[in-house]
Design a protein around this ligand. Sequence first.
Ligand SMILES: Nc1nc2c(ncn2[C@@H]2O[C@H](COP(=O)(O)OP(=O)(O)OP(=O)(O)O)[C@@H](O)[C@H]2O)c(=O)[nH]1
Ligand SMILES: [Zn+2]
Length: 207
Amino acid sequence: MTVEELPTAAVTTRHLSVVHDRETVDLPAARRAIADLLVALGKDPASEHLADTPRRVANAYAELLNPREFQLTTFPNDEGYDELVLAKRIPFSSLCEHHMLPFHGFAHVGYLPGERILGLSKLARVVELFARDLQVQERLTKQVADWLQEHLAPRGVGVVIEAEHLCMSLRGVQATGSRTVTSALHGLVREDRGTRQEFFALTGIQA
Ligand SMILES: Nc1nc2c(ncn2[C@@H]2O[C@H](COP(=O)(O)OP(=O)(O)OP(=O)(O)O)[C@@H](O)[C@H]2O)c(=O)[nH]1
Ligand SMILES: [Zn+2]
């Protein structure tokens, strides 16, 4: 029997294309705006050091605001695995939408499988999908949890994000070292007391 003749039931992966409809960055307009900003800040955009800065900054923002697309690869949960799966300390960085300064830290993303399990790297890719945007931490946390609930239909989802906001540490209140912790839970991770406690225990967060 050739590969082509295999019954389709033997194909155990499912690929869903994750298409992102975010608007693309207008690079020439961004370059002009950065040059104007430099002038407004009293800097000389014609100086040798700053001459190429508008291009670099525009490219940097375009990169920071454009997540990579990926395939959501899931597999059948043939063994009936029914305990939590948790990807801990996924590093991420995002831009706070109030100051356009970075906030960065770690995401802990877990789920309680239903009929399908997810390729592990996809838990980190989902974080990146929503982190590469102008964000607030609460929305980022909820978007990751909602997305997994919608696309994977697990029995539960838990997302915890711990982050340092540079707008809070470098400037303003200058609360250096402070971390903001947010969480979003669905299904049994939210409703079942034992599962919820186990999830937070696995993340290392006291709840
Ligand atoms: N809820 C939430 N607030 C955020 C986030 N990132 C930044 N902020 C806050 O957004 C708020 C904006 O408040 P404003 O008073 O308009 O800005 P500001 O004058 O620069 O405030 P200070 O930072 O207190 O100097 C600040 O309190 C920031 O700490 C986030 O992810 N979530
Ligand atoms: Zn901010």
